[in-house]
Design a protein around this ligand. Structure first.
Ligand SMILES: Cc1cc2nc3c(=O)[nH]c(=O)nc-3n(C[C@H](O)[C@H](O)[C@H](O)COP(=O)(O)OP(=O)(O)OC[C@H]3O[C@@H](n4cnc5c(N)ncnc54)[C@H](O)[C@@H]3O)c2cc1C
Length: 236
């Protein structure tokens, strides 16, 4: 996802066609809070699992795993906290253009879904199913955010971090789907079989175990605002 964002930044500055530059600039701007917010939040999940794998020894500083966990924690704070990235995603990156840029990304993802649908492998079929469900959840959430940010800001911003995580998960899953197709083609040509098989298995794992979270997060954004805002100050 970070590499895709970097490529979009280059194209936004150096592509000879002004219209392509503009499209890439909008795409890059949307990706920035995802790269900063989603990746850093996921680094906490990964390093927490790293501690867990080593059990009690993982928690002991000398093992080294705990240091990664602690170092990962600062990532969600020092380049703009996760909530600030999420506010940027809701306000400047989604509501300001009425969700047009977000939906343009969803349309790109639909093209990848069409490519996956052409394939006969069980892995491509499974990834296709998960990507479609996640993209549909994303579009629902974008429409909710676009409709509510001005009319009912507390409702829209209550779901800002879940929206950030859903969008980051989807864009990361989309890149996994693209990687799966490249790896399948190279595997069929006999290139580096173990590496390609690992890429395919990783994409399938991501789709089944991470991308599959997206429809649940959709509920959190669209139906979850009331309970976020239900407690008044005197109830704390
Ligand atoms: C090790 C370290 C290195 C740093 N290096 C740099 C550096 O090189 N350059 C630099 O400029 N700064 C640096 N910082 C500062 C860093 O940018 C700030 O810590 C960061 O911006 C968060 O600000 P804060 O700590 O005041 O938290 P606050 O802004 O008080 O945030 C506290 C919590 O409230 C949430 N929050 C705040 N405002 C809102 C809002 N409007 N809506 C919803 N939630 C909100 C935040 O998400 C966060 O969870 C560094 C900090 C650390 C700890």
């Amino acid at each position: 996802m970070a590499s895709v964002a970097a490529a979009a930044y280059d194209a936004a500055h150096h592509h000879p066609d002004a219209e392509v530059r503009k499209q890439n600039a909008a795409f890059y701007e949307f990706l920035v809070p995802l790269v900063k917010g989603y990746s850093t939040e996921m680094s906490l999940e990964v390093t927490s699992l790293g501690v867990q794998v080593h059990g009690g020894m993982g928690f002991i500083e000398e093992t080294g795993a705990a240091q990664y966990y602690r170092d990962a924690k600062i990532l969600t704070i020092y380049e703009g906290t996760t909530a600030i990235q999420a506010n940027d995603l809701v306000g400047r990156k989604t509501a300001r253009d009425g969700g047009t840029g977000a939906k343009a990304i969803a349309a790109q993802i639909e093209k990848t879904e069409a490519d996956l649908a052409q394939r006969s492998s069980p892995n491509a079929k499974a990834v296709h199913q998960r990507l479609k469900a996640a993209r549909e959840a994303f579009v629902d959430v974008v429409e909710f955010i676009a409709a509510n940010t001005r009319a009912n800001p507390n409702a829209a911003f209550a779901g800002s971090v879940p929206y950030l995580m859903l969008a980051g998960n989807l864009v990361a899953g989309w890149q996994m789907a693209r990687a799966l197709m490249v790896a399948e083609d190279l595997l069929a040509q006999g290139t580096d079989a173990a590496f390609m098989q690992a890429k395919i298995t990783t994409a399938r794992f991501y789709a089944d175990h991470l991308l599959s979270r997206a429809p649940g997060v959709r509920i959190s954004v669209i139906e979850g605002a009331e309970s976020v805002n239900a407690l008044s100050f005197d109830m704390y």
